[in-house]
Design a protein. Sequence first.
Length: 109
Amino acid sequence: MFIVIYEFEVRPGRTEAFEAAWLALTQGIYRRCGSLGSRLHTTDTDLMVAYAQWPDRATWLAAQDGELDPVAQAESAAMHACLTSSRTAHELEVSSDYLQLAPHRTSSA
């Protein structure tokens, strides 16, 4: 599994518009490019961080090389209009994985 960490510096007052545009673009990437989805995180500043999951680096690279369709181009433009800057902060290969979908439940006897 391959993970990409993105950092976005959002223009003041543009957080809601950014989140909506990010979600639309992320959903499109999931449907069209083979990603495994992404999570967007807030920080205590105007910086937002996204964690995107891919089956492997090759699938991610193929998505980078592909030309965006008109819908994705509009989604990308809307997202970037909300930003002061963005960058790919980390490209990571998963070496060990213990993320869970729910907390551990202790059984009471």
